[in-house]
Every structure is written in C-alpha cells, then in structure tokens.
Design a protein around this ligand. Structure first.
Ligand code: DLL
Length: 388
C-alpha cells in the first residue's frame, strides 16, 4: 500500500521540478530569516538567482554539525518562537546539544511522512502499534506516535521507560501487532520474552519497524527469527526532522527517501565532491518544506549510497542503502548517542584525572556495553564522584 500514491510514484522529472521550486522558496526563506545563511551566502558570494536546477544546488556551501552547535539554542530558527509549537534536541560533538523547532505545518508534514513509512511496511488502521522508543527530546517516540495515529492505528505509547518484561506483557495482553523501537532493543525484548517462557503463539506481533542506530542483515535475520516478524529499516536524524526521512517498503531493497520534502545527495567526505548513484559516501540533506528549522546541504556524518531507479513496489522515490557507518566517531549505545569528546569534556570537569580516556566498546550478555578506562593522580580522593 502507498500512502501518497500521487507523490510516491511521481515521474522523476516532475519530482525534480517540484524539488527545484521548493528549493528556491526555501533558499529565499533562509536568506530572509536566518542570519547564518545570509552571512554565509554573502561571504561566499552566492547569487541565489543563479540556483535554478538541482545541479546548481551543489555550488552552495555545506552546513555542518559544528555550525548548528555554534547557533545553540535558537540561532538557526527561521521563524519567531511564537510560531514554534515543538522542540526536540540531539547530541552535539562537545556536549552542546542541537535544538530543533517545528511549526504546526512542520508537525503536520512530519506525521505524514512517518505515516508513509508505516504504510510502506504494511501497517494499517487495523494494527496495534507499540512504540518502545523514548518519548523525550529524542524524536523517535513522538515522531512515530503522531505518524501511527495519523494512519488510524491504535497506538500504545509504551516508551523505552517501560522495562523489558513489562513491555512483553503489554505486547501479549494488548495484542500488539507492530513493534517500533531500536533494533538492539528488539533483541532485548526477544530475550525478555524467552525469560518469561511465553509460548511462541502468545504474541500477535507481525511487523517491526526499527531504526535510530546502525544494524545489519544478520541482526534483521535474528530479530525476525526470534520474534517471528518481518522487520523494516527506518532512517532519520533530528536535525533534518527525525524519523520519516526514509523507510523500507515490502521489497526491503533500500529505504525510500521522501524526496518531496528532502533533497538527498552523497558526497565524498574528503573532497566534498558529489558521488554518482550507487557509490557510498556521506549523506547530505536539504530540507524543502521545513519552516521552523530549514537546513541547506547538511552533512549527516552517515555513510550510504543512493539508487534513483524505480522500485518493484511502484514508488519512484530514490532509495538509500542501509547506513554503512559514520564519517566521525559518534558512538550509539543502547539508544544513547555520545561523542568521545563529550566524555572527555566531562572528565575535565572532575579534576585529578589524566586528560586522555580510553573508551572500550564491548558486549555483556548480548548487550552493548561501554567501558571507560581512566588514569588518576596517586593522591586523588574523588573516585566515588567519578563513578557517579
Ligand atoms: O535517531 C531519529 C530516528 C528515530 C530514526 C527513530 C529512526 C527511528 P538522532 O537521535 O538525531 O535521530 O540520530 C540520528 O542515528 O545520523 C544515524 O547515524 C543514526 N540512525 C538513525 N536511523 C538509522 C538507521 C534519530 N535506520 C542518527 N540505521 C543518524 C542506521 C541510523 N543508523
């Protein structure tokens, strides 16, 4: 099933035309309302009138996480705060979070594109959808929540605060048919179900939609086998909107990017030159409809490739590959995203500790674990504080 057939199966030439029109509107808006972009384009002598095609977009400078961090908290907002109705945030490289704002229209678009992702995975109004993502500044919980309500499913906002055993009991008693969470959490829930010794037909689960961290085909196989479901990949990042940027259809041969709302590019992270379809590089997104927090050519730090050829499902929206890694040292562990530099900054506030830390990523009883090794001065008395 296709949620917006007119858009999702649009001929690519028409889609390109729509993208260019929306790009021009967005560029005008950021130049008018965001000092950062106005100054940047002045400095780089960019003539916006000359941006008439998608190829021209490649002449515009890139936006980085560092630019966003420097604009903390509201520096890149393109509307006054009275028009912002929701705020979310994600981790920045040095402990400074990145705050994003949504207008009412942004929230409306967001729920529509998440609805597309759910619909592509076969979720309908007949489904009982358990959302086990955090409901917080993190976009996973609320993002999927409104998308699932939009298609009329019965939504259980279980959130990640519910412990694994309880989560499984909810799944059993409420007859959950769709589970939405992180892939690693899905495996934790499978282990909890085993511990409760529930018979294999005790759950009504059919479908899982997973994302917010990297996973592999092998992990998909394990999740599907242990939970007896079909598992789909969903991709997104807070800076651009949250979940809903791209998701798999029933073919599970790449994640359809919602290109009427975002332009996706892949660049070589060293030369910053665009790469052709099929080649893996850094994903870069430009928002086309965002009012609150528009971004032009934002470097995601995620490595993937793009395939613009039509899909067997009928969608013409390009497909991105699974995320094949990061271009930076972001660590994702049990739903927490952390840069080693953040740990180091924290260590520096404690005193008595050598400035260099060793961060060891391991697995303990099947779960990811992060061990921090640090060196202390002989006379250091604050170990308890450090442990805390
Ligand atoms: O993780 C948004 C999201 C929520 C996506 C729920 C999907 C489902 P952030 O916390 O800002 O936002 O983290 C974004 O997570 O740049 C990727 O590195 C990683 N990531 C997100 N989805 C996937 C995925 C949300 N399907 C960062 N596969 C991104 C691999 C993913 N990595």
């Amino acid at each position: 099933m296709i949620y917006h057939p007119d858009i999702e199966t649009m001929p690519r030439a028409d889609l390109a035309q729509l993208q260019v029109e929306r790009l021009q509107t967005t560029l005008n808006r950021v130049c008018r309302n965001v000092a950062f972009y106005r100054d940047l384009y002045d400095r780089e002598q960019v003539d916006l009138e000359s941006i008439r095609s998608l190829e021209d977009l490649r002449r515009l400078p890139l936006t980085t996480k560092e630019d966003l961090r420097r604009s903390y908290p509201y520096g890149l907002f393109a509307v006054p705060l009275r028009d912002i109705v929701r705020l979310h945030a994600s981790s920045g490289t040095t402990g400074q979070p990145i705050v994003v704002g949504y207008t009412r229209n942004d929230l409306d678009h967001w729920s529509q594109i998440v609805a597309r992702t759910l619909c592509a995975a076969g979720v309908t109004e007949h489904d009982i959808v358990q959302i086990a993502f955090q409901y917080s500044l993190f976009t996973g919980g609320l993002g999927f929540h409104y998308g699932a309500e939009r298609i009329g499913a019965s939504v259980i906002p279980a959130s990640s605060h519910t412990n694994a055993a309880e989560q499984v009991m909810i799944m059993r008693d409420y007859k959950t048919s769709t589970l939405i969470t992180m892939p690693s959490h899905a495996l934790t829930l499978a282990a909890a179900r085993d511990q409760l010794s529930l018979p294999s037909d005790a759950l009504a689960l059919k479908t899982g939609i997973f994302g917010a961290e990297p996973w592999t085909e092998e992990m998909r196989r394990q999740i599907e086998e242990r939970l007896q479901i079909t598992a789909y990949d969903a991709y997104g990042l807070t800076e651009i909107i949250g979940p809903g940027i791209a998701g798999e259809c029933r073919q599970r041969a790449g994640l359809h990017v919602n290109e009427d709302h975002f332009i996706a590019e892949v660049i070589d992270p060293r030369t910053l030159e665009p790469l052709p379809p099929g080649e893996t590089g850094e994903l870069v997104f430009t928002t086309l409809t965002k009012e609150g927090f528009p971004l032009i050519r934002y470097r995601t730090g995620d490595r993937a490739s793009l395939d613009p050829t039509p899909c067997v499902c009928g969608r013409t929206l390009a497909r991105m590959s699974r995320v094949a890694g990061r271009t930076d040292d972001l660590i994702m562990i049990r739903g927490v995203k952390v840069f080693p530099a953040q740990l180091q900054a924290l260590a520096q506030t404690l005193g008595g500790m050598a400035p260099m830390l060793c961060v060891v990523l391991t697995r303990v009883e099947g779960e990811d674990a992060l061990e921090i090794q640090a060196a202390f001065a002989d006379d250091f008395g604050g170990l308890d504080e450090v442990r805390h």
